[in-house]
Design a protein around this ligand. Structure first.
Ligand SMILES: [Zn+2]
Length: 343
C-alpha cells in the first residue's frame, strides 16, 4: 500500500468546457479580438456553432483523457453546441465513462440563438437529468439570457433537485449579473468566474475561480479570497490539470497579497469535492511525496502513477487502462482537422 503522503483523493475540475479540447491550433479568427466580448464572438461562439456530435465525442474523450493523466477524476462540465444540442450531454457523459472519469454535465442555456435555441437547451438539460444523468442545469450567462429564460432554468433546476451552473460577471458585459440573478440563486448554484461581482453581492452558491483562463482572456483577477462563500477551482476548458491550476491560483493570490499561503489555494482545490463527493473515495498515487501544498506550489511535473476510481484501476504505470491513449489522440487530431475546416 502507498503511504498516505503520496496519495490524494481524486482531484476535481469544477469548471471545464470539454468541447474546447479540439480548439488548439484552430485557424485565426477573421479579426483579432480586442476585448472579452470579441474573444467570445470571434473564437468560442464560432467554434461551438461548428460542433457536431462526433466532434463533441472526441473533444470529450481527449479532455477526459488529459484530465485523468493529471489525476483529475471528476469534471464539472459546461457545454454548448447550438447546432447539435439534442443528445449532446449523453455523448459527453458516455465519453467520460469510457475513459473512466466522473463528469457532472450541463447544457448552457442562452437566448443568443433566439427563443427556440433557449427552449432546446432547457430541454436537453431536462432530458439528460430525467434519464438519470449526473448533472446541473446549465445557463450560459445572465447577459445572454432574457429574464424569462433565467427564471425557467432556475425553476427547472428546483423541479429536478439540482443546482445551476452559470458564468457570472466574467467580463464587463456581464457586470450587472448580480442584479439580473437576484432572487433566483440558491446554495447549490455554481457561479463561474465572478470577476466583476461586488464584495457584498447577495448571490447564493459556490464561487468558481479559473486563474489561467482569466489571465488568458485579460479579464482581470477575481480576488476569490474576498468572498465568504466557498471557492472552487477550474480550468475553464484549458485542460484538466488541477495541480497546475492550484499552483497558478497560489501565485496569483500571492501577487495580490504577499502574506498569502498555498494552503488557501489547496483548500479551494479540495472544495471541489463538495461538488462531486464520490471523488473523495478515488485514490491517486503520485510521483511525489509528500503531497503537501507548500511542496507542490514549488514542485513542477508532479504526475499520477496509479488512479483508482470507484475501486477500479483506471490509470496504471502512467497510462489509462480503459482506452488506448495513442488512439484517442489520433482520433481527436482527425476530428480537430474536420472541425477547423468548418470554421
Ligand atoms: Zn467557462
Amino acid at each position: 500500500m502507498p503511504t498516505p503522503s503520496n496519495t490524494t483523493a481524486g482531484l476535481v475540475c469544477a469548471h471545464h468546457h470539454l468541447y474546447s479540447s479540439l480548439a488548439r491550433g484552430m485557424p485565426a479568427p477573421p479579426m483579432t479580438p480586442t476585448n472579452f466580448q470579441e474573444i467570445l464572438e470571434q473564437i468560442w461562439w464560432r467554434l461551438d456553432a461548428a460542433l457536431d456530435l462526433e466532434t463533441i465525442r472526441w473533444s470529450a474523450m481527449l479532455g477526459a483523457l488529459e484530465a485523468l493523466e493529471a489525476g483529475t477524476t471528476a469534471i464539472v462540465d459546461h457545454h454548448e453546441s447550438p447546432n447539435a444540442i439534442e443528445g449532446s450531454l449523453s455523448v459527453i457523459a458516455d465519453a467520460c465513462a469510457e475513459v473512466g472519469v466522473r463528469v457532472v454535465c450541463a447544457y448552457g442555456v442562452t437566448d443568443r440563438h433566439g427563443p427556440d435555441g433557449a427552449r432546446r437547451g432547457l430541454e436537453e438539460n431536462e432530458r439528460f437529468l430525467r434519464a438519470g444523468g449526473r448533472g446541473l442545469v446549465g445557463v450560459h450567462a445572465a447577459f445572454t439570457c432574457e429574464p424569462d429564460t433565467l427564471a425557467a432554468a432556475a425553476g427547472l433546476a428546483v423541479d429536478l433537485g439540482v443546482g445551476i451552473h452559470i458564468h457570472v460577471a466574467e467580463g464587463e458585459s456581464d457586470a450587472d449579473a448580480a442584479q439580473r440573478l437576484a432572487g433566483l440563486t440558491r446554495d447549490d448554484w455554481l457561479l463561474a468566474h465572478c470577476i466583476h461581482l461586488a464584495d457584498d453581492h447577495t448571490l447564493r452558491g459556490t464561487i468558481q475561480h479559473n486563474t489561467r483562463s482569466n489571465m488568458n482572456n485579460g479579464v482581470g483577477y477575481a480576488r476569490p479570497f474576498r468572498f465568504s462563500s466557498p471557492v472552487v477551482l477550474g480550468s475553464d476548458g484549458i485542460g484538466g490539470n488541477m495541480i497546475e491550476e492550484f499552483r497558478l491560483a497560489y501565485v496569483k493570490h500571492r501577487e495580490a497579497d504577499v502574506l498569502a499561503t498555498p494552503e488557501t489555494s489547496w483548500g479551494w482545490l479540495e472544495n471541489g469535492l463538495r461538488l462531486v463527493p464520490e471523488a473523495e473515495n478515488d485514490v491517486v498515487t503520485w510521483s511525489y511525496e509528500p503531497m503537501d501544498p507548500w511542496h507542490l506550489a514549488f514542485t513542477p511535473g508532479v504526475r499520477p502513477l496509479r488512479i483508482e476510481v470507484d475501486g477500479e484501476v483506471v490509470l496504471d504505470e502512467g497510462g489509462p487502462t480503459r482506452v488506448d491513449a495513442v488512439e484517442v489522440r489520433a482520433k481527436a487530431t482527425e476530428q480537430a482537422k474536420r472541425l477547423h475546416a468548418k470554421l
